[in-house]
Design a protein around this ligand. Sequence first.
Ligand code: ADP
Ligand code: MG
Length: 295
Amino acid sequence: TIPFIPAQDTEFIDIAGSSIGGYHIVKLLGVGAFSRVYLASNPQGKLVAIKTIQKGKLLDDPRVRSSIEREVGILNYIDHPNIVHLEATLETEQMMCIVLEYVEGGELFDCVQQMHHQLSLTHTSVDETLVKTLFLQLLHAVRYLHEHNIVHRDLKLENILIHKQSDQEILKITDFGLARVVDPESPLLVTRCGSEEYAAPEIVQQQDYDGRKTDTWALGIILYSLLVGYLPFRYDRRKGERVSQLFYRIVRAEVKWPQDCVISTEAKQVVQAILERDPAKRISLSDIQNLGWFH
Ligand code: ADP
Ligand code: MG
């Protein structure tokens, strides 16, 4: 097998201030495993985000090129208000670029942390109505993806962006780097991927899995985090815990709520129905909205 060599930092040239294909690069926005995302302005002066993947060693691996092409192909095929919009693609000698709609509020990850930090300072409980509106946007976007036979496979707080539109919080799912088109007749996948904390029990147990069921599980992890402020299944690397301990917790799927918990029973029921260890018994995305929390 071909070793997977991530682009070294030493190869990285800061491109802020320069221009690519008529886009003026303003500053670095975020860094992913294999990419760097920049804020840029398009020829009309509108702000965009440009996800750049350095060529060089990385793109010598044909799997990397095909994975970028797949990401672009999927983004090009979909159109949903809660999914980041593809504007264009560019390729230079040094990199491949995916030009995306710019979402200015940053990652939901930081937003959840700030929100819960603020709540703990003021001894107030989480606004479930807000959590519900945010979660419904994700639910609609992922239902849309699955209806188009696309599974995302990397749903997590870092891959969801947020912005405010006339006082309303709008979420946008991004990062289709691990997304796949599935055949609805034989939807099972084998490659274990995505973040460990968001992995469903069937992935942890190395079974073939239905990406729609594992996306659903990840939505349950996200909903718990929105309500509580941290992930339901964690492991503390600094305390020397191993990933196997995390996997043990996931497979048992025992969702614990904080002791001084003020979260409604109805909200907890939604999380419990989604974080069902048996994928066959796990609630379907279309049934979630029938649960009491939404009425
Ligand atoms: P990777 O596949 O390397 O994880 P992502 O597509 O997740 O790359 O992008 C990495 C980070 O860049 C995101 O987590 C986010 O912080 C930022 N980012 C990505 N796309 C946008 C965008 N359209 N608008 C604003 N920030 C973005
Ligand atoms: Mg990402």
